[in-house]
Design a binder for this molecule. Structure first.
Ligand SMILES: Cc1cc2nc3c(=O)[nH]c(=O)nc-3n(C[C@H](O)[C@H](O)[C@H](O)COP(=O)(O)OP(=O)(O)OC[C@H]3O[C@@H](n4cnc5c(N)ncnc54)[C@H](O)[C@@H]3O)c2cc1C
Length: 346
């Protein structure tokens, strides 16, 4: 049996940040991830707020940054264009994610790729090498669930996310460079929105829709692409495709005995905007620091203190207003952060 102090399931920004905090402090730390290479493939529109670079500057080598942006410009179905400050970067996430894991491994963290967490048996975690199907028990004093929106660790230890946004994204050439993040609210993107996030000459173009609606997300994306091509925003060419799930229930119980949940696995992603990178890094860091003190309860306290009210407001709004998508002029100002009503009306 392999014995470690901390087993981290998932090497995305949440798991790798947790590993980074724990690294070089005399603990045996093991990260397992099903991927061949941390960070690849990217399933993200890649925007992070500038504040994250102030706290975690070492996570942002030059190559991790694709474009600086300053504003988010919203196109409403009733013709109003609303702009808000949104200072940050559109990343190259494959570089960003990989770099955090590299920093952790440089300080002694063991990373096992192509390795799947299977479950627990008698307090021991089981992992499997995906290539040769060899299984191995791992005994760990702490287990960190950083295994993303459909977290197995969360599912096996209690409360887990049940409501999601489903997304579909393509990378397309821009007709001309843009400096802002563009957000579109449309009747054919129910319970969500469309985005154009620029990366120099190309952009991540995607839609996220609430799974409550009976519409294929790829159909919604097709309509969005047609609108953008017609309006001369992007050229008719697809360079890459991706997609994924966004957890929409808000914060779950962050600790379950010796198991801590971070990032999307713990519901730290924003249930309306879908922004989850910064919260993944922050929650991973908080969990790592609490484990170092042997006080996981401090992670729970801090997570609730910092995130709960914001995430609860968003998940409540999703439940209350976003399950019907017919009076958009009323619904959108109540449910999107750029509008004063979002903050005024619960
Ligand atoms: C289309 C799309 C666009 C998005 N755009 C943005 C954006 O612009 N800005 C933003 O802030 N957020 C965005 N998000 C959300 C953001 O991507 C997530 O919040 C973020 O990746 C969460 O990080 P994480 O480390 O918690 O999980 P993940 O990045 O999902 O990492 C989880 C890791 O766990 C591994 N794993 C899963 N199961 C197992 C298992 N059983 N065993 C071993 N390993 C396992 C996976 O391989 C993966 O590497 C977007 C999401 C999607 C789907």
């Amino acid at each position: 049996m392999k014995k470690v102090d901390v087993l981290i399931v998932g090497g995305g920004p949440a798991g790798s940040t947790c590993a980074y905090e724990l690294a070089g402090k005399g603990l045996k730390v093991l990260v397992v991830d099903t991927k061949k290479k941390i960070g690849t493939p990217v399933q993200c529109a890649e925007f992070v707020p500038i504040q994250l670079t102030h706290t975690f500057g070492e996570f942002f080598p030059e190559k991790a940054i694709s474009q600086r942006v300053y504003r988010m410009v919203h196109y409403t179905p009733w013709g109003e264009v609303v702009s808000m400050c949104s200072d940050g970067y559109v990343l190259n996430r494959e570089v960003f994610d990989h770099h955090i894991a590299y920093l952790a491994s440089k300080k002694g963290v063991e990373i096992m790729l192509r390795t799947r967490f299977l479950g627990f048996e008698d307090g021991v975690a089981w992992i499997e090498n995906i290539e040769n199907r060899k299984r191995m028990p791992v005994s760990a004093r702490f287990v960190v669930g950083a295994d993303g929106p459909k977290s197995k660790v969360a599912k096996l230890t209690g409360e887990h996310t049940e409501n999601f946004l489903t997304t579909s994204q393509v990378t397309m050439p821009l007709c001309k460079n843009i400096e802002d993040l563009l957000i579109y609210f449309r009747d054919y993107i129910p319970g969500g929105y469309g985005w154009v996030f620029p990366k120099g000459k190309v952009a991540n173009v995607g839609v996220g829709i609430d799974t409550a609606y009976n519409l294929k997300v790829t159909e919604s994306l097709k309509m969005f692409m047609m609108e953008l091509i017609r309006d001369g925003v992007v050229e008719e060419m697809v360079l890459k495709r991706t997609g994924g799930w966004i957890p929409a229930d808000g914060l779950l119980a962050p600790i379950r005995g010796n198991v801590l949940l971070v990032g999307d696995a713990g519901g730290f992603c924003h249930p309306i905007t879908g922004g989850g990178i910064a919260n993944a890094v922050l929650s991973g860091s908080m969990a790592g620091k609490a484990i170092l003190k042997e006080k996981p309860e401090e992670f729970e306290e801090e997570a609730i203190d910092v995130f709960e009210s914001t995430l609860r407001r968003a998940s409540e709004k999703r439940k209350r207003y976003m399950k019907s998508w017919d009076n958009l002029k009323e619904i959108i100002p109540k449910t999107w952060i750029a509008f004063e009503e979002y903050w005024r009306i619960i």
